[in-house]
Design a protein around this ligand. Structure first.
Ligand code: MD3
Ligand code: FE
Length: 207
């Protein structure tokens, strides 16, 4: 099943079945061994995020007090290149993105039961024509989507393990965030919590 939430936002509930979620989780565990989860900081204030992160792909998103939000080729702690994006995710991107070039970055967000992500826009990418594709694993979350200006009306959507969301066109710059995690709603992660993957292009394909 596929539903359009609004122009530019396409929802694929349960895109990944249980076996595919397990397979994807194995890839993420391998990636997190090579590129451990780190705690990003807010630019200038250095306030830590409650979400921990890592990346796969040629580029990864990072943030710290000194240098702020950015994409870089190396892990901020180990200094090593990010592990590759697994083929399963490249296939998924090809299937749902409608975008010819493959993603350069897969940001992996890990939420413990009390983690959240405030409303924000994703605008650190140069290629805003490419969509962002999100994959949810583990406990369900309450996702909130606003418009392209801060302070407008918002819509909420519960995201469950295996759900895929595609944000493109006019919605690429909408405000969005995670209000809460619902502990105990999935058995995929033994210790609970939620993983969100976002597949992104950073540079235009011609770059
Ligand atoms: C809409 N992640 O990593 S995924 C993020 O569940 C982020 O971890 C949330 O917001 C999470 O930046 C939400 C859905 C999502 C991701 C990226 C978007 C929606 C988006 C970029 C542009 C518009
Ligand atoms: Fe975001």
């Amino acid at each position: 099943m596929v539903t359009t939430i609004r122009e530019g936002i396409v929802f694929h509930p349960q895109y990944l079945d249980a076996a595919a979620q397990e397979a994807l989780l194995r890839h993420i565990r391998e990636a997190a061994k090579a590129a451990p989860l780190f705690t990003p900081e807010m630019p200038r204030t250095g306030k830590p995020f409650s979400v921990r992160m890592t990346n796969m792909g040629s580029l990864g998103w990072v943030s710290d007090r000194e240098n702020g939000y950015r994409y870089q080729e190396a892990h901020p702690v180990t200094g090593r290149p990010w592990p590759p994006i697994p083929p399963l995710l490249l296939d998924l991107w090809r299937d749902v993105s409608g975008y010819a070039a493959p993603p350069e970055a897969c940001l992996v967000n890990f939420y413990g039961s009390s983690a959240r992500m405030g409303l924000h826009q994703d605008r650190d990418e140069q290629d805003l024509d490419a969509p962002v594709v999100s994959v949810s694993l583990g406990d369900s979350a309450l996702f909130r989507i606003g418009g392209t200006v801060r302070g407008g009306k918002t819509q909420s959507l519960k995201l469950a393990s295996g759900d895929v969301l595609v944000f493109g066109g006019p919605e690429r710059l909408c405000f969005h965030g995670i209000d809460r995690i619902y502990p105990g709603t999935s058995t995929l992660l033994k210790d609970g919590g939620r993983i969100n993957l976002t597949l992104r292009r950073v540079y235009k394909p011609s770059h």
